[in-house]
Design a binder for this molecule. Sequence first.
Ligand SMILES: [Zn+2]
Ligand SMILES: [Zn+2]
Length: 332
Amino acid sequence: MRAWVVSRCAPIDERPLARVERPEPRPTASQVRVRISCCGVCRTDLHLAEGDLPPRRKEVTVGHEIVGRVDAVGDRASRFEIGDRVGVPWLGGTDGTCTFCRRGAENLCLAPRFTGWDVDGGYADACLVDEGYAYRLPESVDDEHAAPLLCAGIIGYRALRRANVPAGGRLGIYGFGGSAHITAQIALHQGLRVHVLTRGAGNRKLAAELGADSVGEATDVPPEPLDGAILFAPAGELVPVALRALDRGGTLAIAGIWLSDIPAINYAAELFEERQVRSVTANTRRDGEEFLALAARFGIRPTTVAYPMASAPEALADLAHGRFSGAAVLHN
Ligand SMILES: [Zn+2]
Ligand SMILES: [Zn+2]
């Protein structure tokens, strides 16, 4: 089969990915093999290709928003049948035994396995997944529009909950890419007031089309104080900006897996009066199930840009340079 691999971490314009021929992977006992239809392009793939996130496996195939059909099952795998449509997300495995798993926080597992980092992911013809970590996907969403739900959607949903906005409250969204534009739809359906602060005229246009209550530049002051905010842009310099926009008792959730350094914080203006900063680390399978059910119920539809699988490097370069709004999806 064909697979894109990270041959050497480098800036995306120096083409860190190479397309290689590999034997078809064979499922072990609890795994299923997925014949890949689509794979979403996530900013994490860019961090892995460029080396912001250190490689955990030589020549890994990135990609963790995978939609396809089961075409082989392991000896002890019983959850899916051949032909079933499944989604393969970022969280590819946990030990189930560590102190965090035992208290229901498997997103903090001490020995997690991530798709496209620890195990080969979806920029390929096929991949393996432990059956316990795959999702069934809502029938109402086609493959291309289901793919971005699997990381951008699920992580954004967790970030939204971590931002702790009360019913009817005011949410700020900093940065408006693949994850943010899905999360904004959920928040609007839940009845929150949503203020989007982002660079890029295309991103601001998309935010306005989706019904945001206000749209501004990343460093603008929103029209009202915020109960909660989510920082999606990987830009640490926006942390004090977002904190200043919070009302007393407000919460800033940082959604990304990687962030540039945060400058010094002014305690009186940016943290006192019980403002909080929280990170968001991966997700639990329960987050994923809850989010996919909500996405189906609310009719959430990501804005997607399709690329052929052969153009994976171009899709990543376009993401790096902000050349599209919404989420890129690779098609086999
Ligand atoms: Zn664990
Ligand atoms: Zn991702």
